[in-house]
Design a binder for this molecule. Structure first.
Ligand code: UDP
Length: 373
């Protein structure tokens, strides 16, 4: 079959590879000038440092098959994300752990003491948290919430944490020991030479052709037997029902003649600091050695048409609109909507790959509900 895949990010590359291996002819197009979507990495022209161009990407998963899959295409180096946070005049360890609690409150608590101490601070009157703020107050109490979550979240999402779902906070652990690894997952790492060579390897198959700087046209779909769409879901329907909301990011680059902040990611909890975090890219490749340094200050704002979409907002208004688009997508035979943009969900890389592998298998087995009859 002739398969058209729109988007050369994780979904397009992984599905394309699987279908190519099964003998299908896969044409992958991308409107950008490079493969890899937002996972794209490249060396900084001035310093040679590997840049996570669209923000930090740390691979973490419990899915052994997905871990083996990515390792089959590139060498991963061990990497654990140890984030720091500047807030209220201090620097603390994230996610909130025993060191954070002891330093923030000027204590020397042991794990059980800290657990009891935080239980006193936590708002036990909230039994069923209805939003992000209630979830945070119930978990850690007002002081930690205001230092680490409130300002950061207002900046990140551009609204009050009372308007956001509690589920966003559930991404972050709270620990009563000194474990400061940001993620729980068994397998964690970053490709030795960045993510782009991994995409090169996935896409390196005789049945795959990749066209960059190429915008989708309906004529392309007409030439194909099936389409996998990993572009924005509303974009496929020419935004006829309206725009689904996204947050976009602006990165302000600056260089430094040494080690700027001593870690890869420094979050800023205070509302009066306009950026959410600073990433210092050489610390994502600690196996390399660089004298100089390149950093990004990261600013979040509402995406306007033409901006790169990053985080789906999924508030009440978006959810209503999303349901309408999903109904349209389900009724569109011959097109399967995949990935973060195609399904308007905030997906980690490992989940995106898992879903892409499953989507490809379902298609090959004739179980894709969007397959044309
Ligand atoms: N968050 C926060 N303070 C922090 C880090 C995260 O309040 O220092 C909140 C914020 O609302 C964010 C959410 O927790 O959107 C999830 O954080 P995560 O680090 O998973 O966000 P990502 O790195 O994916 O942007």
């Amino acid at each position: 079959m002739r398969i058209l895949l729109v988007g050369a990010g994780l979904s397009g590359a992984v599905i394309g590879r699987r279908l190519a291996e099964a003998g299908h002819s896969c044409r992958i197009i991308d409107s950008r000038s490079h493969i890899g979507g937002n996972c794209y990495t490249e060396r900084d022209a001035e310093t040679g440092i590997m840049m996570h161009v669209y923000g930090p990407h740390i691979f973490h998963t419990d899915d052994e098959e997905v871990w083996n899959y990515v390792n089959g295409f590139t060498d991963f180096m061990p990497f654990q994300n140890r984030v720091k946070a500047t807030a209220q005049g201090g620097v603390y360890s994230l996610p909130i752990n025993l060191l954070t609690i002891n330093q923030f409150f000027g204590k020397t608590l042991h794990p059980d003491e800290a657990r009891a101490f935080i239980a006193e601070k936590a708002d036990s009157s909230i039994t069923e948290p209805r939003n992000f703020e209630e979830q945070a107050l119930r978990l850690v109490g007002r002081e930690l919430y205001e230092a680490f979550f409130k300002g950061y979240t207002e900046k990140q999402w551009g609204c009050s944490p009372t308007e956001l779902p509690a589920s966003i906070l559930k991404r972050l652990p709270l620990r009563f020991n000194y474990d400061d690894n940001y993620f729980f997952h068994r397998f964690q790492g970053i490709p030795r030479d960045g993510y782009t060579p991994m995409f090169d390897a996935i896409l390196d198959h005789p049945n795959i052709s990749v066209e960059l700087n190429t915008a989708y046209t309906p004529e392309m779909a007409a030439e194909a037997d099936h389409v996998f769409w990993s572009g924005p879901l509303d974009g496929y329907f020419s935004y006829e029902l309206g725009h689904l909301g996204y947050r976009t990011l602006d990165f302000e680059r600056f260089t430094y003649g040494g080690d700027y902040q001593g870690c890869a990611v420094m979050n800023y909890g205070d509302r009066d600091v306009p950026y959410t975090r600073v990433t210092e890219h050489k610390h994502f490749s600690p196996w390399e050695s660089h004298e100089g340094s390149v950093c990004h200050r990261e600013y979040s704002r509402a995406a306007e048409p033409g901006d790169i979409p990053y985080y789906p907002i999924r508030l009440v208004t978006e959810k209503a609109l999303l349901e309408k688009y999903i109904a349209r997508a389900e009724a569109t035979k011959g097109v399967t909507f995949v990935g973060r943009l195609g399904t308007y969900r905030y997906l980690d890389m490992d989940v995106t790959i898992r879903e892409a592998l499953d989507t490809a298998e379902a298609f090959l087995a004739g179980n894709d509900s969007n397959e044309a009859p």
